[in-house]
Design a protein around this ligand. Sequence first.
Ligand SMILES: Cc1ncc(COP(=O)(O)O)c(C=O)c1O
Length: 517
Amino acid sequence: MQSIGRPTQPHAVEIKPDTLTGARGLLQDELLIFEHGGWDKTGVDLPQAELDASDLGDLVRTDVIGLPGLSEPEALRHYVRLSQKNHAIDLALYPLGSCTMKHNPRLNEKMARLPGFADIHPLQPQSTVQGAIALMDQLAHWLKTLTGMPAVALSPKAGAHGELCGLLAIRAAHEARGDARKRVLVPTSAHGTNPATAAFVGYVVEEIAQTADGRVDLGDLAAKLGPDVAAIMVTNPNTCGLFEREVVEIAKLTHAAGAYFYCDGANFNAIVGRVRPADLGVDAMHINLHKTFSTPHGGGGPGAGPVVLSHALAPFAPAPWIIHHEDGLSLDEDPVGACGRMSAFHGQMGMYVRALSYMLSHGADGLRQVAEDAVLNANYIKARLSDLMTPAFDGPCMHEALFDDSWLDGTGVTTLDFAKAMIDEGFHPMTMYFPLVVHGAMLIEPTETESRDELDRFCEALRLLAQAAKEGDVERFKGAPFHAPLRRLDETLAARRPRLKWTPADEAAAKKPRAAE
Ligand SMILES: Cc1ncc(COP(=O)(O)O)c(C=O)c1O
């Protein structure tokens, strides 16, 4: 157990810079899987192939494939060692604002592994997968009920993919009326995916200003709305962790201009069971199942970002549509009016099972409590830290507490330094420098799955760090993290010249110890 009150002392203790092997205590050093070599061996004992590849003629591969032939224990250890170098929600609180990193209940995993869900194939005849389609139908029912919307497209595979789905439906609806529109309005505080998606669909993106209290500026919205605006994209609760108080007025103004209201529902966790987006005038909204409904976040996939649609947009929902017949269910793969399809098949079945399992195990009252506890936890953190750190906005927050960096003025410590020092204290950093409208933003989202004890441990660590920064202990921050498997990286280089691919030509370089890079 971490001892709060016993700060790490990287400079008071003599630490040998390197071990002889590259390992750090029981934390093993680990190569990339390709660097293990052994391309000429195989980890399993396979029988001789019955068919030869002679029919392939010149196309028969003669060079090495470049896949290491690891045995099962070698492969297993590789992945376990890698996992130990990283943070995980199963290790501790994961306070990334805007990401809703909540516990993934193991019951959901158990359900997703049931052979009737895990072992089916998307090309199976629909008569043999009636249970799976029924599960999709039930999930759709819950999502429609919780949002008050009449239709849902389950297939988008992430929040950003859901945004694409919503905007494609919006574009199809305008085009069906012969009313091609050009602009999409997005608030300055929006998540980067919002303007990116609108631009990807071919719209010109225009910013809506923000008020001093962190909400959409209605005057600016009204001034920018016009007959060529296709949609607005507003996040609610927004990325400052605040509820858009004027959201009904926002919807009215938007509809009066003949535009649609796309709501970014990434923060639905804060209002699930309490607010139905349909009652606010929303036309389309994605729901990140990997946030609100606790399916695992998967580094860009396998996520799921279903999109609920209003009556106006439902006819343009992408394929497939679930159809009810007297004798069962089917998937219509080519419905008239659909704006296309978002994935080759029907989306992420494993995530559907997990999300529905989460819904059923909580029940309607439990889901309401999710939102209440998420908001309570964020406000608890805000209250416990506000005497040392500066909240970006006054008053209570929703699901995340947002601080700016003005409290660090004159300390020589930046938001980045502070976040890196959190790693040394055993916590994953909060979201940094987002939303962009807040200087040096620190966005903390604890979620409802953290106990009061864990919140206290977290707050105590941040308080000690904040005091250390104010007392001038700059060294603690500038070189942090001191105790992580990897020290501070050159983030600019990593972003500008990421090495995402390994080729055999890298082999010689790879033989050098990783630490030398
Ligand atoms: C407000 C907001 N919108 C959209 C997204 C995009 O969602 P995804 O990462 O599932 O594509 C995120 C993700 O963090 C978000 O926080």
